[in-house]
Design a protein around this ligand. Structure first.
Ligand SMILES: [Fe+2]
Length: 313
């Protein structure tokens, strides 16, 4: 007589074929709204800077050509991503140091915090980097940087590397000559958003809306296919609108101090701090002293697939 069939046997048989029955998944595949997989979190530059300085003493450029500290979201199992699709890092470069040219599929950008005398070379164009500037290195653009000044220079990097990890199209190569020869030095470039220009745009926006309202400008036209950039100014005592979005965002404090209410919890911040706001967490920013914050968001990715939802209340 044939063996009696059973559900147990059925499950074992399809598991042996690397298959799962949709009616008895161990983990659901669909759920009603975005999960809280990543956590809101703030990294404080005042705590990071002394560590960067110590790294500057202990770790030279033969060990770490790019002396950076990545911020990993404190969610179990994660040791890299700041939010699902983007990683942020602090970086410090000392006078005389050079990071050779390379290129990669991930998009990247930098926000300069402190120090003068550094420059970056992006696809043959050399641009000085000054505090408050945002500089882009789009996918597959050659890029190097060097500190030709007398001050240590500190900045923040943002890259869509976690998104590239998820989708797999990672390519990376060092420049065959080490650094690009004979770059042309320019003051303005499509990849450079100067602090003075950003302030002028925020001033113009502020003149239209009134002195007590939060205003924002987009840094564009967009050069990075996966990342949207906005600069927000929040006057002292003002706040941004309470909102939530399916986009994942990282905010960096360029000026001022205040706090962010994220999912009902308050997180204080000041100059140079980094604020992770994962998708679908209601949030707003409030300034104690007039603040400017950079928003780095994966909204273009969500938008490309028709998945961008934003709610303001
Ligand atoms: Fe790079």
């Amino acid at each position: 007589m044939a063996d009696q069939d059973s559900l147990e046997q059925l499950y074992a048989d399809f598991a042996n074929l690397n298959m799962e029955g949709g009616w008895h998944r161990r983990f659901p595949a669909l759920w009603p709204e975005p999960r809280r997989n990543f956590l809101p979190h703030v990294w404080h530059y005042a705590q990071v800077k002394p560590i960067l300085d110590r790294a500057g003493q202990l770790v030279d450029t033969t060990q770490a050509e790019r002396r950076n500290l990545t911020m990993f979201n404190p969610v179990e199992g994660n040791i890299y991503s700041t939010v699902r699709t983007i990683v942020a890092a602090y970086q410090m470069i000392r006078p005389g140091e050079v990071a050779r040219s390379h290129r990669h599929t991930p998009n990247a950008l930098r926000l300069i915090l402190e120090g003068r005398g550094t420059y970056t070379v992006v696809d043959g164009t050399q641009v000085e980097m000054r505090p408050g500037d945002v500089l882009l290195t789009p996918s597959m653009a050659w890029h190097s940087h060097a500190n030709g000044g007398t001050e240590d220079c500190y900045w923040m990097d943002f890259l869509d590397v976690p998104l590239v990890h998820l989708l797999e199209p990672m390519f990376y190569e060092p420049h065959p000559d080490g650094i690009e020869a004979n770059p042309s030095s320019v003051e303005t470039a499509p990849i450079a958003f100067r602090w003075e220009d950003t302030c002028a745009q925020l001033d113009a926006q502020q003149a239209r809306t009134g002195a007590n309202q939060a205003v924002s400008v987009k840094l564009g036209p967009a050069q990075l296919s996966s990342i949207a950039l906005s600069m927000h100014r929040i006057p002292a005592g003002a706040a941004t609108e309470l909102q939530r979005t399916t986009a994942n965002s990282i905010f960096a404090v360029v000026r001022g101090s205040g706090c962010s209410e994220i999912d009902g919890e308050s997180h204080t911040w000041g100059f140079g701090d980094t604020i992770a706001v994962p998708a679908w967490r209601p949030f707003r920013h409030l300034a104690d002293e007039s603040a400017v914050i950079l928003e780095v968001s994966d909204a273009p990715v969500l938008e490309a697939f028709g998945w961008l939802r934003q709610q303001k209340s």
